[in-house]
Every structure is written in structure tokens, then in C-alpha cells.
Design a protein around this ligand. Structure first.
Ligand SMILES: [Zn+2]
Length: 315
């Protein structure tokens, strides 16, 4: 298994370091690639859970600029629908609305003159609230029982998988309190704000960054009653449009989770398109309310190159 992974890594490095990556990417030139990130961390922060450090992100951007035209989501969708994509086209997305998008991604986007779309979780904007998966991460990583980076990530992912299935927020909250006890976690007296505020959002808007909705509270929409799902989907859009003084066209399903009912509500709420977490590129016949994406969060530029060459398939 170890040898197999090493061979794969050598092949990925070869792909990245040769002109082969460019020619494979050019083969997908009629499709739209949506590349997704969550967090961009400080350059010295190698903790990879849901994020990559700023210096690695800059390497990504240099590679992407070399091989793709990078467009806004609206422009990318316009070209996709009209079938006028002539060279590899890519749209950058950030999910959830983390403040580090402003602190670490935005300076790089400005430096290279490119745009991106950030999908905001509206009830969290400007607050010191934590997403539940970040609470789990804090408990495990800052616990005296922390077992080291790799082991911690495996444990966090296992816990998150079981917590994600819970229907009830209260039940999830109680489980997290129990974890705090189990891992002897001590709450910090003052907590930093992890989520963007309106000032940061508006500054980015004025520099050409787009914003879409990722609901009010980041629920799994398929687990909600229809009226609750409708509130999450349409009310978040209304709040964003009023605050940003701009039409909000894009929606990203929390956890990538959707079904036909949820999709209908998104269409009824006058969004123009919606993105899932399904892997792949999008062609001209794609259902624009279940767009596919590629995960950009990798510290290894050669792995990113391989994902972009093979449309998200993890080789
Ligand atoms: Zn999300």
C-alpha cells in the first residue's frame, strides 16, 4: 500500500513538473471547473483540517492562472449555458464564510487580479459563533489528550461523521459538551472571531468578490421540513441582497446535501444556479442546480494538478 502511494506521488509530481498537466487540462476545455476551498490559514499554520496555508494557496493560484481562465461564477455560468467555453475555464469558491478568507485569501486574489465567490452562512456573519465541526476540532487539538496531527485529524473526521447524522441541534450540542469533559478541554476566556463580518464582506464586494448563500445556519437541508428548508434558502438570500445591494445568484448546499424537494425550493427562490459537493467538471448539459466541483484543499500542488487533470478523481 505504501509503495502504491509512493508510485502515485511520483506520477503526480511528474504530471505537475512536465508540460503534460497543461495538455491534459486543455482536453477539458469545453467544461467549467468549480474549485472549492473552505479555509486559508496563516502561512506558518500547517494544520490542514478544512484549510491550506496562504503560501500554498498562492502556489495554487500561480498554477491555476497558467492553465485556466479564471472567471466570476456569473460569467462562468453564462459561458457554460451558451456553450461558449473555448479554453479551460475555472471558478473559485469558498464555503462557509470564514474570516481567514479575508485575511489570507483576499490579499492573494487582489495580488493576481482574480475574483472568487464566497458562500456565506448568514446567521454567523459578524458573530463569534463556531461551526460545530470547528468546536470538535478545538476540543481534540487543544486537549491534553491530543495524539498528534495525523491521528487528531482521523479522530476529528470520525466524530464529525457521527455528529453530522444527528437531526437535532440540541442533541449535537450535548454530545459536544460531553466531548469537552472526555477530552479535559478548557474553554479559552476570550475567543477570536472566525467568521467574516459585514465590513470585510463589503470591502471584498467592492473589489469584485461575489457572494452567494450557504443558508442561515448550515443545516443538512434534506433533514428539514419543507417550510424550514424554505426559510434557510430564501430568507438568507433576502438578507444578503439587502445588505450587499446586489442580486445573489448562487447557492451552495451545506454538506453538499440535496434532494429533488430541496432543489425545487432553490429554483423557486430565484437563484440562478446551485453547487453540490459532487466531484467533477460541468459540461453544457449540466443540471445547473446540481453543479459539480473539485476540492482544492491540498497542501501538495502536484495533487491539485492531478485532481484538475482527472476531474476530481483521487488517483
Ligand atoms: Zn459548508
Amino acid at each position: 500500500m505504501l509503495l502504491k502511494n509512493e508510485i502515485k506521488n511520483i506520477l503526480k509530481d511528474g504530471l505537475y513538473n512536465s508540460s503534460l498537466a497543461g495538455s491534459v487540462i486543455r482536453r477539458n476545455r469545453n467544461r467549467l471547473c468549480i474549485l472549492c476551498y473552505h479555509r486559508i490559514t496563516a502561512p506558518d499554520n500547517r494544520f490542514r483540517y478544512l484549510g491550506i496555508p496562504q503560501d500554498i494557496f498562492e502556489q495554487h493560484i500561480v498554477f491555476l492562472k497558467k492553465h485556466f481562465e479564471i472567471a466570476s461564477f456569473d460569467k462562468g455560468m453564462g459561458k457554460l449555458r451558451s456553450g461558449s467555453i473555448k479554453k479551460p475555464l475555472l471558478v473559485l469558491n469558498f464555503d462557509d464564510g470564514y474570516r481567514d478568507n479575508y485575511l489570507y485569501a483576499f490579499p492573494i486574489l487582489k495580488k493576481y487580479g482574480i475574483t472568487a465567490s464566497i458562500f456565506l452562512t448568514v446567521d454567523y456573519i459578524g458573530t463569534k459563533k463556531s461551526f460545530w465541526w470547528d468546536s470538535v476540532r478545538d476540543i481534540i487539538v487543544n486537549s491534553p489528550k491530543s495524539a498528534g496531527l495525523k491521528e487528531d485529524i482521523v479522530m476529528i473526521e470520525n466524530i464529525n461523521r457521527s455528529l453530522k447524522k444527528l437531526l437535532n441541534e440540541e442533541e449535537r450540542y450535548l454530545k459536544i459538551q460531553k466531548l469537552k469533559q472526555e477530552f479535559c478541554f478548557k474553554e479559552k476566556s476570550s475567543k477570536e472571531r472566525d467568521i467574516l463580518n459585514w465590513r470585510e464582506i463589503k470591502e471584498m464586494r467592492d473589489c469584485g468578490i461575489d457572494f452567494g448563500s450557504h443558508t442561515l445556519t448550515h443545516p443538512d437541508l434534506t433533514l428539514l421540513k419543507k417550510d424550514e428548508a424554505r426559510k434557510e434558502i430564501s430568507h438568507s438570500k433576502e438578507i444578503l441582497e439587502q445588505a450587499l445591494d446586489k442580486k445573489v445568484s448562487g447557492f451552495a448546499y451545506p454538506y453538499g446535501s440535496f434532494n429533488d424537494d430541496v432543489k425545487e425550493i432553490v429554483k423557486d427562490s430565484s437563484y440562478s444556479y446551485a453547487r453540490t459537493c459532487l466531484k467533477g467538471f460541468n459540461n453544457a448539459y449540466e443540471d445547473i442546480f446540481s453543479l459539480k466541483q473539485i476540492d482544492g484543499s491540498t497542501n501538495h500542488i502536484a495533487h491539485l494538478a492531478a485532481r484538475l487533470c482527472y476531474r476530481g478523481i483521487r488517483l
